[in-house]
Design a protein around this ligand. Structure first.
Ligand code: SF4
Ligand SMILES: [Zn+2]
Length: 332
């Protein structure tokens, strides 16, 4: 590896995940990079943490430095799977230039890698090149390209999230990843701003239904209120509330396929939450389900009794959507 001084990634931690019906040990690495080319999604604060002046050579060195840190500080021999995120897209060569890209594959050789990216950066040759350095023949599919599809509804993706790509672009990126030899993971976002609780549930149910069987893995992220985002501004105005944990359970228990879910910030005002009394048990239960895949656990959680269940049911039946002008355009 390049003799570049190690620098700690934005975050790096060990945990466990469900993969191919088993629990595997994982390392999650969030690399600080030159940042997201899109840089507009309403709920995202990672895009604000970037090396704003980094050119290609500097970006390369900065990523190599973070890989050196991972190599020095983490016992990689105890890890089966590595999940990689950046300040934007791992497959954007502006963020992760070729040398650092190849070094990442070599460092994690023999593991399953899940790397997140926007669809426009997925290129079959780069995907195949990464796999050629990563693959040790231990796993049938050693690389999964993960894309924040968020919803299968183009209108919600555009108006509520400002994500900047369509379902059709997601599908061609998924095709491109497959042609390069990778699997595909889709991240869904539950309850972006401007949706009612009930609309958010319907959106997730129909999104899961639409992509079940067409992607290899689905993970649903209940929306959290991150700092310096549009979502935070709305939340401070009382115009946004993260989803109820009841809603999360409602979606997961009706899903036709296994959907992983880690309710980040669960039980707190900025994360998915209920009343404060029942939150701990439900958040823990959802995390347990994500590892075990045990549907019966979701049903028993949904049927625990708490005074806030009534409130949630009332919200579902009474909350009305605010209207947005159909022809409105953002002005920058
Ligand atoms: S594409 Fe990803 S990194 Fe970029 S702004 Fe949107 S959520 Fe953030
Ligand atoms: Zn409660």
């Amino acid at each position: 590896m390049n003799p570049i001084s190690p620098e700690k990634p934005l975050a790096c931690w060990k945990g466990s995940d469900r993969f191919e019906e088993e629990v595997v040990s994982t390392l999650t690495v969030i690399l600080k990079t030159a940042g997201c080319t899109w840089n507009r999604c309403r709920m995202c604060s990672y895009r604000n943490v970037r090396f704003s002046t980094a050119g290609e050579e500097q970006s390369n060195d900065l990523v190599l430095g973070q890989l050196s840190w991972v190599k020095a500080k983490q016992r990689l021999d105890t890890v089966d799977m590595v999940k990689i995120y950046t300040s934007g897209s791992f497959f954007d060569p502006r963020e992760v230039p070729p040398e650092a890209f190849e070094e990442t594959a070599r460092l994690f050789s023999g593991k399953v890698v899940i790397a997140e990216t926007r669809p426009e950066h997925v290129d079959r040759n780069r995907v195949a090149g990464f796999i050629s350095h990563l693959d040790s023949a231990r796993w049938e599919t050693p690389l999964y390209v993960a894309i924040g599809l968020e919803t299968t509804n183009d209108f919600i993706r555009e108006k509520c999230i400002d994500k900047g790509f369509s379902m059709a672009q997601f599908q061609s990126a998924a095709e491109e990843a497959s042609r390069g030899g990778a699997g595909v993971k889709a991240y869904l976002l539950m309850k972006p701003p401007l949706l009612t609780e009930s609309e958010a549930i319907s959106d997730m149910k129909s999104s899961i239904q639409a992509i079940a069987g067409t992607v290899d893995m689905i993970s649903m992220n209940p929306c959290t209120v991150q700092r310096n985002t549009d979502v935070e501004r709305l939340w401070k105005q009382g115009a946004y509330r993260p989803p109820y944990l009841w809603s999360v359970l409602e979606v997961l228990r009706h899903s036709p396929v296994y959907v992983g879910c880690d309710p980040v910030g669960g039980g707190h005002a900025r994360g998915p939450h209920n009343c404060g009394t029942c939150d701990y048990d439900i958040v823990k239960g959802i995390r347990d389900y994500s590892l075990s895949g045990d549907r019966a656990l979701l049903d028993s959680l949904f049927h625990i009794s708490c005074r806030c269940k009534n409130e949630w049911e009332t919200v579902l039946s009474l909350e009305k959507p605010y209207c947005m002008p159909l022809t409105g355009r953002p002005v920058s």
